[in-house]
Each structure stands twice: as structure tokens, then as C-alpha cells.
Design a protein around this ligand. Structure first.
Ligand code: PMP
Length: 286
């Protein structure tokens, strides 16, 4: 049984409880982060911590009292659950005021809820999907306008994942005004020659922590990076396509809406970036 963390306590998962009045449950009034664990160490922890703080600030949500102890809490959960490869899920909500009300509760009397738990995923870095690549479909992006805030409003991304499954694919790329925004739970890229193209940062997409690292490594490896929007048609004609996220790292995309990308197998750029990302981020892991 897992040991999880709830508001200052380490508990067996069956004993961990959150109120039915919690605003995360009633209003999706919460933010989250997912940090990967490789070799028992945290990947890109500082990036996730900084983005979490930004999400809280953007929503005017106070930090939980344990905010400054988050690294220790992550490490204790890795230790207590013997995680070698996997993820740590963290969620902060605006807490429970003991009733339902649209207005935010008084910060003095209602403290945020902080929950963390581990997900054990042996073989995460050696995923078979990275060798074959994944297939995506395109769907309309009908999410709200502040996708740069990592909120727990994940209903539409979940529906997108189900639409992909139903179509015999692995994921969906979302399209707004004719251009790809991002994947349901990842950032989207295409490759043309030595040039990597990915949508520019704005309120339209999540500012991926893996995206930031991968673009830095790409530039260091003398690849060209162009941050701009692209269409599904452009992606279908590209040499390669891939996605990035904290749990998928760099994952090749080999088919979009039934059209093979390049040779229909993982491309050299995506494969190389995956290797560089895994090597460098494991070296820097805490
Ligand atoms: N976009 C969306 C919509 C996501 O949900 C995620 C992962 N949570 C990402 C991009 C990738 O972000 P990161 O690299 O920080 O995991």
C-alpha cells in the first residue's frame, strides 16, 4: 500500500481523506504538477516548483504552509514507497470552507489542501512506445483561455484521450483557429530538416517544463528552433513530429490523422533529443 501525503501527514493511501466541500472537488479550483523520478531522483524539480508558484499566483491562491518543504516531501515519498522510476503527483486546491459557494473563502480561515502521491512506473525511461512512436488524431481545442495555468480542469483533455483511443490512436493534438495548440497532456513539435518547430508560449498552451529543457538542449546541440504555430497539414508534411512531457520525456509521433509522418518510424531528431534529455536531466536530478 502506498504512503501518501495530505496536509502535513504521511498516511497509508486508504486513510488519506479530503473533505467533500473541498473546492478542488466541487469547482476544479486547484492546480497540480507531475514530476518524474528516475534512478530514485527527481527530474526538473526546480522547474516544476517555479511553475507551481506561478499557477498559484495567477489564481490568487495562497501557498500551503509546507510550500518551502516540497523538495523534502517529494524525497520522503520516493523513499517511503521505494520508487526507482515513476512520478510524483502534487495537487493544491483552495481548500474547504465547509460549504459550497462560488466566492473564494476567507484565506485566514480556509487553508489550501496539499496532496501528494507516488505512481510507480518501472521501465518509464525505457518505454516501448519510444521505439515505435505514437499515433495522434486532431481535435478542436475547446478548453478555457488560460491553459498556461496548470489547473485540474482536465475533463476535455480526458475526453480527447478517449476520442484518440476510440480511433485506435494514442493521443490527440488540439487545434484552434487552424493551428495546433498542444497535445492533451504534452507539447507538440514538428521537425523540418534541422529545424524544430513548436508553438510559441502564450496563454494558449501550458509552458512545459520538459519543453523548456528540450529546446535548450536542442539549441546547445546546434539545432535550429523556431517558436511559432503550425497546422495539421504542415505537420503531416514534416520530416518528423514528437511530443514532450514530464512523464513521456520526448516521444516520437509517427502518424497524424492517418497520415504517416516521414518514414512512419521515429525520426533521428526526436530519438537524439530523447537521449540527450534523459542523459542531461538524470545528471541534474535531485
Ligand atoms: N501541455 C499540457 C496540456 C499538459 O497537460 C502537459 C503535462 N502536464 C504538458 C503540456 C507538458 O508539460 P511538462 O513538460 O511540464 O510535463
Amino acid at each position: 500500500m502506498r504512503t501518501v501525503y495530505v496536509n502535513g501527514e504521511y498516511l497509508p493511501e486508504t486513510e488519506a481523506k479530503v473533505s467533500i466541500f473541498d473546492r478542488g472537488f466541487l469547482m476544479a479550483d486547484g492546480v497540480y504538477e507531475v514530476t518524474s523520478v528516475l534512478g530514485g531522483k527527481l527530474i526538473d524539480f526546480e522547474g516544476h516548483r517555479v511553475r507551481l508558484e506561478r499557477s498559484l499566483n495567477e489564481l490568487g491562491m495562497q501557498k500551503p504552509p509546507a510550500f518551502d518543504d516540497l523538495l523534502d516531501i517529494h524525497r520522503e515519498l520516493v523513499r517511503a514507497n521505494g520508487i526507482d522510476e515513476g512520478m510524483i503527483y502534487l495537487q493544491i486546491t483552495r481548500g474547504s470552507a465547509g460549504d459550497r459557494d462560488f466566492a473564494f473563502p476567507d484565506e485566514e480561515t480556509t487553508k489550501p489542501t496539499l496532496v501528494l502521491f507516488t505512481q510507480n512506473k518501472p521501465g518509464l525511461a525505457n518505454s516501448p512506445a519510444a521505439k515505435t512512436g505514437i499515433k495522434v488524431i486532431s481535435i478542436e481545442d475547446i478548453r478555457w483561455g488560460r491553459r498556461d495555468i496548470k489547473t485540474v480542469q482536465l475533463l476535455y483533455p480526458s475526453m480527447g484521450k478517449m476520442m484518440a483511443k476510440k480511433a485506435g490512436c494514442d493521443d490527440a493534438w488540439m487545434v484552434e483557429d487552424g493551428a495546433v495548440t498542444e497535445g492533451t497532456s504534452n507539447n507538440a513539435y514538428i521537425v523540418k530538416g534541422n529545424r524544430i518547430i513548436t508553438r510559441q508560449l502564450s496563454h494558449d498552451i501550458l509552458h512545459g517544463i520538459t519543453r523548456a529543457a528540450v529546446l535548450r538542449f536542442a539549441r546547445e546541440a546546434q539545432m535550429e528552433v523556431e517558436e511559432r504555430a503550425f497546422t495539421i497539414a504542415e505537420a503531416q508534411e514534416a520530416d518528423e513530429a514528437f511530443i514532450t512531457s514530464a512523464s513521456a520525456f520526448v516521444m516520437p509521433v509517427v502518424e497524424i490523422d492517418g497520415t504517416k509522418i516521414g518514414t512512419g518510424t521515429p525520426g533521428n531528431v526526436a530519438t537524439r533529443l530523447r537521449e540527450i534529455y534523459l542523459d542531461e536531466s538524470m545528471k541534474a536530478a535531485v
